[in-house]
Design a protein around this ligand. Structure first.
Ligand code: ZN
Ligand code: ZN
Length: 113
């Protein structure tokens, strides 16, 4: 019996659907590797944009205690760190997804830069 050869080699020249995660895996804020303080995954855009962050891979690693939750510079405690991270995330998304500022606002509802 003969089986037809699969012709499913579709050409994939679409835009990327999500951005690349940072390599190597180190803390976005301080660059530590998580040995002393395990790295958490943090969604760059929280609240109503958390789902979008997940969808587009807009996430970073942060030392759980020092840089994520409890330190003076921790992203959940320090509005300046949060702002820097939002800016970083927006630039990265626009660059890798090929978006303009308007495209970004259409997806995330506001401009962080
Ligand atoms: Zn977080
Ligand atoms: Zn850190």
């Amino acid at each position: 019996m003969m089986y037809p050869k699969s012709m499913s080699a579709r050409k994939c020249k679409e835009k990327p659907r999500k951005i690349k995660s940072d390599e190597p895996k180190v803390c976005w804020l301080c660059g530590r590797n998580g040995c002393a303080d395990p790295l958490d995954e943090h969604h760059i855009f929280g609240g109503y944009n958390r789902k979008k962050s997940e969808q587009y891979g807009a996430k970073v690693y942060l030392c759980h205690d020092r840089c994520h939750e409890n330190g003076a510079e921790a992203v959940h405690r320090n509005p300046e760190t949060m702002q820097k991270l939002h800016e970083y995330g927006q630039r990265k998304l626009m660059e890798q997804m090929g978006w303009t500022t308007e495209d970004f606002i259409r997806e995330f509802g506001r401009n962080y830069i």
